[in-house]
Design a binder for this molecule. Structure first.
Ligand SMILES: Nc1nc2c(ncn2[C@@H]2O[C@H](COP(=O)(O)OP(=O)(O)OP(=O)(O)O)[C@@H](O)[C@H]2O)c(=O)[nH]1
Ligand SMILES: [Mg+2]
Length: 270
């Protein structure tokens, strides 16, 4: 086996179409343990190597608001996929990139399938793939999944990205005082030897993510630390303003990247 691929993207972006185009009939359907969410897994052969590919439920975000989001993010964080194919809808890049920034923040090894480029072309939306790739620090491959266009190129990018991981280019800054708080939290979390990236957990804790808090609260070595009570008291005190600021920063980054890489008809270049 040469690696595991996770397919992630907004609802209706074309994940299952990509999955079917890559796997053919080589797939089976089950359920994720403990939830009613469908689990599709298949096999892809590319250049003599065999890959397992998992079709994750469609989500706009990777918080803890729905079973779908939790299933997707748990698999990305603890299922150890070697690469995440983020399927994005080329006619709706700004909305789709919100999820992309979260994937990069998790430290996922991302390849972007820029899907529905046929539709984008019909709507005269011009996407500068190179600019997008540069800003994201990930390969961006145009695809038309329902016509199987771009699938070979996509698998080549997957193989290359497994061999030479490209993550870590997008490092979001949330400005002060949030960045300082995050660094402090990250230091605290490092002592816990957790199964989750400390940088990602720190952001989720500041966002007030209940699930992230549970992970930290139940960690034995963190509980035993002197810092433990103080950290949680501070989190509770700052919750609301930090949450808004963090989401706002992410949206700003996404709209900046979109401005760099996408031209819509009737929107003048500045
Ligand atoms: N024009 C066009 N249509 C596409 C393309 N890829 C997929 N579609 C169509 O878009 C619709 C949604 O595709 P799906 O593959 O079901 O999307 P999904 O991301 O799996 O959706 P959820 O599982 O609901 O999140 C289907 O009708 C596909 O045939 C494409 O590249 N171009
Ligand atoms: Mg689907």
């Amino acid at each position: 086996m040469s690696g595991t691929i996770a397919l992630v993207g907004n609802p209706n972006s074309g994940k299952t179409t990509v999955f079917n185009a890559l796997t053919g009939s080589n797939q089976h359907v089950g359920n994720w343990p403990g939830v009613t969410v469908e689990r599709k897994e298949g096999q892809v052969r590319y250049e003599g190597k065999l890959y397992t590919i998992v079709d994750l439920p469609g989500t706009y975000s990777l918080g803890a608001f729905s079973e779908d989001e939790v299933v997707a993010r748990e698999f990305i964080l603890t299922g150890n996929p070697d690469v995440v194919i983020n399927v994005i809808d080329a006619t709706n890049i700004e909305r789709n990139l919100y999820l992309t920034t979260q994937l990069l923040e998790m430290g996922a090894n991302v390849v972007v399938a820029l899907n529905m480029v046929d539709e984008a072309e019909a709507q005269k939306i011009a996407v500068d793939e190179k600019a997008l790739a540069r800003r994201l620090g990930a390969q961006v491959i145009p695809t038309v999944a329902n016509r199987r266009k771009g699938m070979d190129h996509l698998m080549r990018a997957v193989a290359e990205t497994i061999d030479a991981p490209q993550n870590g280019v997008v490092r979001l800054s949330y400005g002060q005082p949030i960045d300082a708080k995050l660094a402090e939290l990250e230091g605290f979390l490092l002592a816990g030897d957790l199964a989750y990236p400390p940088g990602w957990l720190a952001v989720k804790l500041l966002e007030g993510d209940e699930y992230a808090r549970k992970i930290v609260r139940e960690n034995g070595s963190l509980q035993a630390s002197k810092e433990f009570d103080r950290v949680f008291r501070e989190l509770a005190a700052h919750e609301d303003d930090l949450q808004l600021e963090i989401v706002d920063r992410r949206y700003k980054l996404v709209s900046e990247i979109t401005r760099d890489a996408v031209q819509r008809p009737g929107v003048a270049i500045q």
